[in-house]
Design a binder for this molecule. Structure first.
Ligand code: 0O2
Length: 238
């Protein structure tokens, strides 16, 4: 079945809205952050600590995998904290009030870790290893590998809650984990660049989006083919 592409007028309109929202967000951000600087910084520190907790878990698994199966499913990983402007922009896009309580209750991707694996199987193995740890609580799972986005985007997204241990309290904090293969990561980084190229002519943008969607499908089938070759090699070795 032919894929549906977003009409280019919608894309242009949403780029304009995004720009306007950003301008408003920057202004609103300045006053909100000024009023709540201390509280905001503290909250961001909690997210940073939770991100570090997840990073440690990834590092530990990486070490263990290296010992046990002599092949590391984790190629590389990246951590990131959402910027202040991007937090405000997302709240506004969702029509939510811009305050710290709303931010904490509604945005689950302020702390993020992206883990890149070699094969699709590794993505699920790793996700399972993380979810079954008893201090990790799975809040939400979005499987864009089994159900890719219309753009072609593929990844496994997990929202988890991990405890951080502070001086006088234990606090659960949400972290978004994006797990994907090298091929999915390569595709997402190329496609991400296109999203920010507002000067591309509409026809060209549509053509590029179509080609990218095709590439995503090709890249997915290559991922599974390579995985099957890897499995056959492992069988021979065993
Ligand atoms: P950043 O800088 O990576 O954080 P929303 O964020 O409102 O779209 P939701 O439900 O929070 O909605 O998130 P969703 O769609 O499950 O996942 C959002 C994140 O996944 C994005 O984060 C991207 O990192 C990635 N992503 C999702 N769809 C695409 C896509 O089509 N192309 C690419 N390249 N990445 C995608 P942010 O917040 O956009 O940015």
């Amino acid at each position: 079945m032919a894929k549906e592409f977003e009409p280019i007028t919608n894309l242009i309109q949403s780029a304009k809205i995004k720009w306007l929202r950003k301008a408003v967000a920057d202004e609103e951000l300045r006053s909100i952050v000024k009023e709540n600087r201390e509280e905001f910084d503290m909250l961001m520190t909690y997210y940073k600590c939770a991100m570090m907790e997840m990073e440690t878990k990834i590092k530990v698994l990486r070490e263990e995998f290296a010992l046990e199966i002599n092949r590391n499913p984790i190629e590389y990983y990246k951590t990131r904290l959402k910027t202040e402007a991007s937090i405000v922009e997302k709240l506004q896009r969702r029509g939510l009030p811009v305050d710290l309580k709303t931010m904490e209750e509604n945005l689950f991707d302020i702390a993020g870790i992206r883990v890149v694996c070699s094969y699709p199987q590794d993505v699920y193995t790793l996700a399972e290893c993380l979810i079954r740890q008893d201090d990790v609580k799975l809040i939400e799972q979005k499987d864009y590998i089994k159900n890719p986005k219309p753009s072609g985007y593929r990844s496994l997204h997990l929202i988890v809650e991990v405890p951080i241990f502070l001086r006088n309290e234990k606090r659960p904090v949400k972290v978004e984990i994006q797990l994907r293969t090298i091929a999915m990561d390569f595709w997402a980084s190329v496609e991400h660049k296109l999203q920010y190229k507002q000067k591309v002519a509409s026809e060209e943008a549509e053509q590029l989006a179509r080609e990218l969607a095709e590439c995503a499908d090709m890249s997915a089938s290559l991922d599974y083919r390579m995985q099957s070759i890897r499995n056959r090699i492992s069988d021979i070795e065993e």
